[in-house]
Design a protein around this ligand. Structure first.
Ligand code: DX5
Ligand code: ZN
Length: 218
């Protein structure tokens, strides 16, 4: 099993000071930074494009960029995000495009790849892709907005995917995103997750020492 890993989500940071927010996460020891890219079409909200990770790299950020594309046509933007400094690019299963080719394109550009499922999408929808990915992201809220409550009913899905991973001797990371704080992370860890996105809970915490301690322990 992979070591646990925390990925603060920049969506919950200060958008007037994105580099400062990214640095706060890095200073707390977080090895990954989660970047939420929304197109106002696949999800009813907009965030930012590849210029933000590119600018964060220019500002000196060395963190692993975990880039979550919530786009109807992600295949059009892979190259731009890879060039902008993404280390991992994850794409949703729900829209129709060539998932296999897009996952391959992500790796061909030197990034790790990930496949994402919405809460309403069953694990079986991605079963055929498990041997082709570095990460599976199980959404624990409906994507589009930070600050929503964690969906406990996603825990069986985590167990199902974790069981496939073990019985098939696969090695992808299993990530959760939405409504995660340290207690939820522990609950998800017990269900098989190893990678935890934390937006609101991380950036709202005025004292980051609990997170820094938890990250150090991970
Ligand atoms: C939701 C995004 C999440 C979001 C999580 O659409 O994919 O990454 O930032 O935020 P919290 O942790 O506040 O639920
Ligand atoms: Zn996300």
């Amino acid at each position: 099993m992979h070591a646990s890993l925390l990925a603060p989500s920049l969506l919950a940071g200060d958008h007037a000071q994105l580099a400062t927010s990214a640095l706060i996460a890095a200073t707390a020891g977080a090895p990954w930074l989660h970047l939420d890219i929304m197109d106002g079409h696949f999800v009813p909200n907009l965030t930012f494009g590849p210029e933000v990770p590119a600018a964060l790299r220019r500002a000196g950020l060395k963190t692993f960029f975990d880039t979550h594309l919530m786009l109807s046509e992600p295949q059009k933007y892979i190259e731009a995000f890879a060039k902008a400094g993404a280390n991992l690019i994850s794409i949703h299963i729900e829209p129709s495009y060539d998932h296999v080719a897009t996952l391959a394109q992500i790796r061909a550009l030197g990034c790790q790849n990930g496949i994402v499922l919405n809460p309403g999408t069953p694990a079986s929808a991605i079963e055929h892709l498990l041997g082709l990915v570095d990460l599976v992201l199980v959404m624990t809220v409906q994507p589009g907005f930070g600050g929503q409550p964690f969906r406990t009913d996603m825990l069986p899905k985590l167990r199902e995917i974790d069981t496939w991973r073990r019985t098939r001797h696969l090695n992808f990371r299993l990530e959760v995103d939405g409504g995660i704080d340290l207690a939820r992370a522990a609950e998800c860890r017990a269900a098989g997750a190893d990678t935890f996105v934390a937006g609101t809970s991380f950036f709202r915490a005025t004292d980051k020492s609990a997170y820094a301690a938890a990250i150090a322990q991970m």
